[in-house]
Design a binder for this molecule. Structure first.
Ligand code: HEC
Length: 154
């Protein structure tokens, strides 16, 4: 058999090895890593729903916006407890800086919490208009981005 004829089967073996590696690296949903990832995804989903209403992608629905802002304000308090004192193993996209500079990380977490609290306050205005929510919502998105730039590896 020529070398060339062997090549496809070798490639296949390599492919199989890669596939099983990915399977091994699946995140346990009950681990701290799994828990914080689930919360972050939920935060993204909720903030995208709010952003969609403000940007006209979906119709502005006042009760849905008020409820969404309130649940985002609760959600943002919850991922931090799932960052262990020492960096955990696994497919985390958190930079080592999260553990090296916890003071700064916590500061940015508190900034996000303050921004969602301010958004909730803004939703108490009567009548509620999408225009008045744009600025407080932009601060929430800015708080997500600020921390990701410093502490998340994409
Ligand atoms: C104080 C820092 C901080 C703030 C603020 C923050 N994040 Fe993150 N985010 C992280 C870190 C760190 C990770 C990586 C977590 C990991 O993989 O261990 C992450 C990961 C994520 C992920 C990926 C989850 C996955 O499946 O791997 C999403 C989505 C996300 N964040 C959304 C948001 C949204 C939306 C906001 C704002 C409403 C936000 N984050 C605010 C630090 C932050």
């Amino acid at each position: 058999m020529s070398r060339n004829a062997l090549f496809p089967s070798r490639l296949f073996v390599v492919l199989l090895a890669c596939l099983s590696l990915t399977a091994c690296e699946q995140v346990d949903p009950n681990s701290p890593l799994g828990k914080r990832k689930t919360i972050f995804k939920q935060m993204l989903k909720t903030s995208e729903q709010l952003g969609g209403m403000l940007r006209g992608r979906v119709k502005f629905d006042e009760p849905a916006f008020v409820a969404g802002a309130a649940s985002l304000n609760e959600l943002v308090k919850t991922p931090w407890q799932h960052f262990p004192q020492v960096k955990d193993e696994g497919k985390s996209s958190a930079k080592d800086e999260v553990w090296q500079n916890q003071l700064r990380f916590n500061e940015l977490a508190r900034q996000l919490e303050a921004s969602t609290a301010a958004l909730v306050v803004a939703t108490t205005a009567k009548p509620l208009a999408a225009q008045t929510l744009g600025q407080p919502f932009a601060k929430v998105e800015g708080a997500c981005k600020a921390c990701h730039q410093e502490f998340r590896d994409y």
